[in-house]
Design a protein around this ligand. Structure first.
Ligand code: NAP
Ligand code: GCO
Length: 265
């Protein structure tokens, strides 16, 4: 065992949907450990914002406009990255969306859209990078799962179905490509302060905490929401040679939510 086993020097990492939020924090952590960062986002405006964010952080990142649900566009982006930057050693399937709608009020179209971004897209992007990883003789795929890979709650049926499916896609990629020295693991973040969860933390008109905010604080042993940066260390570990024997695992980075029954009244 040597310190270098944790290094990502010489590795190319593609993090999807990484202009800001969790993807940006993970990519920044990987850059700090030596990786070359490539990211995509769904529109030019977001890629520009991302490039400015990376520049400000002193990171020389490569940004591409690409909808991860569009298989043809993803195949073209991966080809372009291979030509312009190099073969992708590390893929982080981070891009994701949520729709909080009670199931009986949710349209099938909305349900499909969430499953498309949160489950079908990780399949599409993984499928695009695996052949070159096989040729190169190694690869790391990290799928950003959720508490909803394990737990349900009101209004998030599509998201929970997709993130539960993503956990099993993770195990299947591990099963199917482990022999090619490809490790596929998941990270299951707890409740993280990002724009995606901002509506759950909004202050009430009287200045009090949002009831959901108070609920999460009471469900987390640490008694607080987590920061995107707190996912970087676990992601670097799963992207590095230090985790070569870890495959098909979901690493929950949840401040202990899954271990805890909740704060007693
Ligand atoms: P976020 O703030 O909403 O960022 C997600 C990024 O993905 C955005 O830049 C988004 O663009 C992009 N994106 C959405 N659809 C896309 C598509 N079809 N193609 C390409 N890019 C697309 O989310 P986050 O909170 O950082 O979450 C990142 C990941 O962690 C997601 O998979 C999420 O489900 C998961 N997660 C989040 C939490 C949390 O508490 N925040 C907890 C567990 C898991 P737009 O801005 O246009 O939507
Ligand atoms: C919600 C939240 C969650 C988190 C996260 C939990 O509405 O419950 O948005 O789903 O974003 O995925 O791990």
């Amino acid at each position: 065992m040597k310190l270098d086993d944790f290094s990502l020097k010489g590795k190319v990492a593609l993090v999807t949907g990484a202009s800001y939020g969790i993807g940006f924090a993970i990519a920044s952590g990987m850059a700090a450990c030596g990786a070359t960062i490539v990211f995509n986002d769904i529109k030019q405006e977001l890629v520009d914002k991302g490039l400015a964010n990376y520049k400000e952080a002193g990171i020389d990142a490569h940004g591409y406009v690409c909808n991860v649900c569009d298989e043809e566009a993803v195949q073209a982006m991966v080809k372009q990255i291979e030509e312009e930057v190099g073969v992708i050693d590390i893929l982080v399937n981070n891009a994701g969306i949520i729709r909080r709608i009670p199931m009986t009020e949710m349209s099938a179209a909305d349900f499909r859209m969430v499953v498309d971004v949160d489950l079908n897209a990780p399949f599409i992007v993984s499928k695009a990078v695996i052949p070159s990883m096989q040729k190169k003789g190694h690869g790391k795929i990290i799928n950003i799962c959720s508490m909803m890979s394990e737990l349900g709650r009101e209004t998030v049926s599509a998201y929970a179905a997709a993130k539960g499916g993503l956990k099993m896609l993770t195990r299947n990629i591990c099963s199917e490509y482990g022999a090619d020295n490809i490790q596929c693991n998941g990270i299951g973040p707890g409740y993280i302060e990002t724009p995606q969860t901002a509506p759950l933390r909004e202050r009430q008109a009287d200045g009090s905490r949002h009831p959901f905010d108070a609920f999460i604080v009471g469900r987390t042993p640490a008694g607080r929401w987590l920061k995107p940066e707190e996912l970087a260390g676990p992601a670097v570990f799963l992207a590095s040679d230090a985790s070569n024997a870890v495959n098909g695992h979901i690493l929950y980075v949840d401040g202990g939510i899954l271990a805890y029954i909740g704060k007693q009244p």
